[in-house]
Design a protein around this ligand. Structure first.
Ligand SMILES: [Zn+2]
Length: 205
């Protein structure tokens, strides 16, 4: 009975927040700005994200801005469960689509910066050429979604929309399959409650 109540309260909280979530996320703009990426482009960057981040780790004597940017890309990739949740990149309705835009936009920015960096410029230019070629071939710039115009900032990590997980069957089923249903429910519940605390806590710093 307690479990049913928990499920119902999660669903109720999720439905209330689902709409507000997409447009009203509080933003910290004090870091480095990251240009938005279209839905089509991010599917292409996704093919190279591992190569891009591995190459970034080989950069020596990088400027602070580059370190901040590549660190953000790494952390944001992890925040979004490394793109492992099915449809997180292809489906704009996925609770993982916005955070996917964030790490892939950051990875693209890292790639473009590396084109001018000694030691990695040849490899970076080669990846960037392949990305450009595939993007042109697939008309990626014209494939948009609700997050395609959204810029990001290294001071503002983008979390998955945990509230929306119960309403997105591919995500719900894959996470339930990976973690088991009850642990997943407890995890999503803790995220929802933590999010509530964040919203009600007074701003600090
Ligand atoms: Zn998208």
């Amino acid at each position: 009975m307690r479990l049913v109540a928990l499920i119902l309260s999660l669903l109720a909280m999720g439905s209330l927040d689902a709409l507000a979530h997409r447009t009203d996320r509080p933003r910290d703009l004090s870091g480095i700005a990251i240009t938005s990426i279209t839905h089509g482009e991010m599917a292409i960057i996704d093919r190279y994200v591992g190569d891009i981040l591995a190459l970034a780790s080989q950069v020596r004597n990088a400027e602070q801005d580059f370190l901040v940017l590549s660190r953000y890309a790494q952390l944001q990739y992890g925040d979004c469960l490394w793109g492992l949740v099915p449809t997180s990149i292809s489906d704009e309705e996925s609770p993982f689509n916005e955070c996917s835009h964030a790490y892939l936009a950051a990875a693209k920015e890292v790639l473009l910066k590396m084109k001018q960096m000694p030691g990695v410029e040849v490899a970076a230019t080669e990846i960037a050429s392949r990305v450009s070629y595939e993007a042109a071939l697939e008309g990626a710039a014209f494939v948009g979604c609700i997050y395609s115009g959204e810029g990001f900032n290294t001071a503002d990590r983008v979390r998955p929309h945990w509230h929306d997980v119960p309403f997105h069957p591919p995500t719900l089923l894959s996470l339930a399959g990976a973690f088991g249903f009850l642990p997943l429910l407890a995890f999503v519940g803790s995220r929802v409650l933590r999010h509530k605390d964040d919203e009600t806590a007074p701003a600090s710093g």
